[in-house]
Write a protein that binds this ligand. Structure first.
Ligand code: HEC
Length: 250
């Protein structure tokens, strides 16, 4: 009886532990990446980078500035001075200033990115930001491995440098063998950041977008561990109690 109970308990713990890993796997991303919900510093940097490089075109209409204060521990004054446009409301959502005509400018309206980490996956976003390459035939001058014919200009090109797709690797297995499996992409001119710094920069952005899609997730994960700890403790106590009760019977 006791053995069965222990067995079924450990099975359910294992299932609970395995569940987040399975859901993070996502499908169809060129590169591996999983969001780090416990890395507040990374998400803070990502918030700053997003406001500097992405917010001109993309909104986060389901995220409030006040949630950034609450969950990412950035003081309100800093958010107001560094992250918000002066016309924005602290308790309001992060709307884009892009007018609907922008669809004509880019050929595509820049989509709202609030839920993209959930619909596409964090690995998809990370891959998208890391696989722009020069393509003279594309309108923007750049193409993307993750989103073929992407209408988004490579706004981080200055930071990353110039990346081309090398012909010989194209014919090969697609794994360039270089840093992190570069899929035939090659840096031919350095940008303001080194390749490692650029990867870290895009990881911060991706972590922030993962946060934006589920602002309460880090809190839920912490709560989950507390609940598990409590259940373990309770289990131990009830077991001792059971032994105490049955001691005289045996
Ligand atoms: C100049 C405007 C502009 C800027 C700045 C910009 N984007 Fe985009 N972005 C677009 C457009 C347009 C699309 C639509 C691309 C398409 O569907 O072909 C897009 C698409 C995307 C997508 C794909 C969304 C989806 O689900 O298809 C992601 C992710 C993204 N952008 C992230 C970013 C990030 C992160 C930044 C800041 C580093 C950024 N963008 C800066 C215009 C922009």
């Amino acid at each position: 009886m006791m053995k069965k109970l222990i067995l079924s308990l450990s099975v359910s713990f294992a299932a609970a532990l395995a569940a987040p890993a399975a859901s993070a796997a996502g499908g169809g991303a060129v590169m591996d990446f999983s969001a780090d919900y416990s890395n507040t510093a990374s998400m803070q940097r990502g918030a700053r980078n997003f406001m500097n490089y992405c917010a001109a075109c993309h909104g986060l209409k389901y995220l409030r500035y006040s949630s950034i204060e609450k969950h990412l521990e950035i003081p309100r004054e800093l958010i107001e001075s560094e992250l918000m446009f002066s016309t924005d409301n602290f308790n309001g959502h992060i709307e884009t200033a892009m007018p609907p005509e922008s669809a004509e400018w880019f050929g595509q309206q820049p989509p709202d990115l609030s839920l993209t980490a959930r619909s596409r996956g964090a690995d998809w976003i990370y891959s998208f930001l890391n696989t722009f390459y020069v393509d003279p035939e594309a309108t923007t001058g750049y193409n993307n491995l993750q989103l073929k014919g992407a209408a988004m200009p490579h706004v981080l090109a200055e930071l990353q440098g110039i990346v081309v797709k090398s012909k010989d690797e194209e014919a090969g297995d697609g794994h360039g063998g270089g840093h992190g499996g570069n899929h035939g992409l090659k840096l031919v001119q350095d940008g303001a950041l080194s390749p490692e710094e650029y990867e870290a920069f895009t990881a911060d952005l991706t972590n922030f977008l993962a946060f934006a899609a589920e602002p309460g997730k880090a809190d839920r994960i912490a709560l989950g561990w507390n609940v598990m700890f409590y259940l373990f403790l309770l289990f131990g106590l009830t077991y001792l109690l059971k032994r105490e009760f049955w001691r005289d019977v045996h």
